[in-house]
Design a protein. Structure first.
Length: 425
């Protein structure tokens, strides 16, 4: 009799487990992001914040989250699940381990001294006393389990953070809760993280085709202006704030912050470039960066093909990169001469100036590094240049001096007309 009762209890427990599992799955809803081409499963009780709330955050923080889900009404009131995607250039040129090491260690978590375990996300321990760092080669993702308390009134919170590597962009997901609720919510967070997947065409793959495989590089990416490029490891990036008071540059990258050269300086020009053809834009920017109208002297070639041996000056039009380049030598003082390559890359609404310069005696040494910057530069697909054929553009209007000349001629003709006209009695 006891055996029968024991079997009955086991069957009931199994039935209850299957029912709960079925109900949980049936009540889950799929969230699909058409912009970044991924899908994820969210529990039905978790509601998505309205898009206008995320739009208001974009104005404050200069970037926009994909979505935020919560069981509470308040923004970022635990528990919540936050999703954020950002396009990245040249992901497929690097192995998965290089990508996940770079984005987890260098860009976000600052965990250079941490040891990442190689195992599936489902095998994470979530020890309440210590953080955990996992690289999942099956899901092409890195995971961090951690505790934090940045507000004494709110109290300690725990989170799982993940970075999923795609072929064109990175997607971050944070699952955050109060520390005393984490164990209860852990199955929900696991469901979400396990369900994440990019669409087939956008999953990560490795091409192995680097701009220059002999030189280790890292990535610069502007979230605000949606472009990126690679630059050498060991160079130091200076933020926009450093330049605010005395110049219009977006930022810069230097070997030594105490030295002016060598450098990679970045500047932004906002204008609708789609109203003009690429060559019309090229003519304008060649004059901008050279100070003279040297459009007819320009050579058409890819920047990777440029040969600066025994050349004092060069103007290049790269129709593939949609960019123009100027190379020259100039004296900045009685004792110092520099060589520089300045490029202007054209997007649909933004032109990006990149100035790579070094002292004349060191320029040849740094030239391969500068070529990496120019070769790797790219806008996001939604910011690339195209020709719209719009008839109106300020740069097509006559300059102010020509308007003055036209006014003088018209005034002169009017005076002549009035002088020849007989005066009526």
């Amino acid at each position: 009799m006891d055996i029968i009762e024991s079997i009955t209890v086991r069957k009931f427990i199994l039935f209850l487990y299957l029912f709960i599992t079925f109900y949980s799955n049936a009540s889950a809803e799929e969230y699909k992001n058409d912009k970044y081409h991924y899908r994820i499963t969210m529990p039905a009780r978790w509601k998505e914040y309205p898009p206008e709330i995320l739009d208001s955050l974009q104005k404050k923080y200069y970037y926009r989250y994909d979505a935020c889900f919560s069981t509470k009404e308040g923004l970022f009131e635990p528990p919540y699940i936050l999703l954020y995607s950002t396009p990245r250039g040249h992901i497929t040129q690097y192995t998965f381990f290089e990508n996940v090491d770079f984005y987890l260690n260098e860009h976000y978590y600052g965990t250079e001294d941490r040891q990442f375990e190689i195992k599936n996300f489902s095998q994470m321990v979530f020890d309440p006393l210590q953080n955990e760092y996992v690289i999942d080669t099956i899901k092409d993702a890195g995971f961090v389990y951690s505790r934090f308390s940045d507000d004494e009134e709110v109290g300690e919170r725990k989170q799982i953070a993940a970075i999923f590597i795609g072929s064109e962009w990175i997607t971050y997901i944070w699952g955050v809760s109060f520390a005393d609720e984490f164990d209860r919510l852990l199955p929900t967070f696991k469901l979400v993280f396990e369900s994440f997947e990019f669409e087939d065409y956008y999953t990560y793959y490795y091409t192995g085709e680097r701009v220059n495989p002999d030189i280790p590089t890292q990535n610069f990416y502007s979230k605000a202006y949606r472009f990126g490029f690679s630059y050498p490891f060991g160079w130091k990036e200076i933020s926009e704030n450093y330049f605010k008071n005395n110049r219009r540059d977006l930022g810069g990258i230097y070997v030594d912050l105490d030295l002016d050269f060598p450098k990679i300086a970045i500047k932004i020009h906002f204008i609708d470039l789609t109203a003009l053809t690429f060559l019309e834009n090229a003519k304008y920017y060649i004059k901008e960066i050279s100070g003279k109208n040297r459009f007819k002297r320009a050579e058409y070639m890819e920047i990777s093909q440029i040969d600066l041996n025994n050349v004092e000056e060069a103007i290049i039009i790269d129709t593939i990169k949609k960019a123009v380049f100027r190379y020259d030598t100039r004296n900045i003082s009685n004792e110092e001469t520099i060589k520089e390559i300045m490029g202007v890359f054209m997007g649909c609404r933004t032109a990006v100036y990149i100035d790579c310069a070094a002292t004349a005696d060191e320029f040849d040494k740094f030239l391969p590094l500068f070529k990496i910057v120019f070769d790797s530069f790219g806008f996001n697909s939604d910011r690339e240049y195209y020709y719209a054929g719009t008839w109106f553009n300020l740069r097509k209007l006559p300059s102010f001096k020509w308007l003055i000349a036209l006014f003088v001629v018209l005034a002169f003709l009017v005076v002549l007309r009035l002088r020849d006209k007989p005066i009526s009695q």
